[in-house]
Design a binder for this molecule. Structure first.
Ligand code: PGA
Length: 263
């Protein structure tokens, strides 16, 4: 299996202020240490709301912690009131963007096609998309988890297959585990990750083994190590716990420990 460096990404969602963002990032920098964050053994990404991206870029300068946004337009620049272009995100120091988070899908009407178009636009502009997939509780209970994942992935496969190896990150986020405190068991998460990797490869993604697969949904310092120790889980997309510098740093450290354990 290709060696995949773990990635821990913080999705702040619609939270924070200039003061809390500054304090959070300063706290993270301190725990991440000088030089590459956490000794360079985990990639570390924070995704604040748009208005704080520039502040975050300045506060993180030289830290090696990467910066991402939580959404991006599928269009190129033009008359799209309220939207933000991928090129603008690059201009503000972003290297990554979260695309198709379940909150965007459920609350803002993002379909599989829209998500795929956003992934394609992000790639075209040179950003690394973190594309989210995952089933709702009703879908899981109806035995449709794999069908839902297969449908969501089918829309993404053309863009992933056309991109350079590892240029897209996929996050598996079971909707029932997001913000609920109910984490998927390591077995459930590993099973979904294994299914996702198989679908990518069956769909024609030659470099499927290079795609990093993150788990998201109530990852906390006390469950991160067990989750990240699963062979197909390459790190996490962290919501609530990414708003507390110490918790986010501990989750990054868990990813380092998990990678060392499997080395
Ligand atoms: P959570 O959110 O960690 O608060 O469950 C994860 C996410 O929505 O990305």
């Amino acid at each position: 299996m290709a060696h995949r460096k773990p990635l821990v990404a913080g999705n702040w969602k619609m939270n924070g202020s200039r003061d809390t963002a500054t304090a959070l990032l300063a706290g993270l920098r301190e725990r991440a240490g000088a030089g590459a964050p956490f000794g360079g053994r985990v990639d570390c990404l924070v995704c604040p709301p748009y208005p704080y991206l520039d502040l975050a870029r300045a506060t993180l300068e030289g830290s090696g912690v990467a910066l991402g946004a939580q959404n991006v337009a599928s269009q190129r620049p033009g008359a799209f009131t309220g939207e933000v272009d991928a090129g603008m995100l690059l201009d503000f120091g972003c290297s990554h963007v979260i695309v198709g988070h379940s909150e965007r899908r459920a609350l803002f009407g993002e379909t599989d096609e829209i998500v795929a178009a956003k992934v394609a636009r992000a790639l075209e502009a040179g950003l690394t998309p973190v594309a989210c997939v995952g089933e709702t509780l009703a879908e899981r209970e109806a035995g449709q988890t794999e069908a839902v994942l297969a449908r969501q992935l089918a829309a993404l496969v053309p863009a992933i297959a056309a991109a350079a190896a590892g240029a897209v990150i996929v996050a598996y986020e079971p909707v029932w585990a997001i913000g609920t405190g109910e984490t998927a068991s390591p077995e459930i998460a590993q099973q979904a990750h294994s299914f996702i990797r198989t679908r990518l490869s069956a769909g024609g993604v030659a470099s499927a083994a290079a795609v990093r697969l993150l788990y998201g949904g109530s990852v906390k310092p006390d469950n991160a190590l067990t989750l990240f120790s699963q062979p197909y889980i390459d790190g996490g997309l962290i919501g609530g716990a990414s708003l507390v510098a110490g918790d986010f740093a501990s989750i990054c450290e868990a990813a380092v420990s998990a990678a060392q354990g499997s080395a």
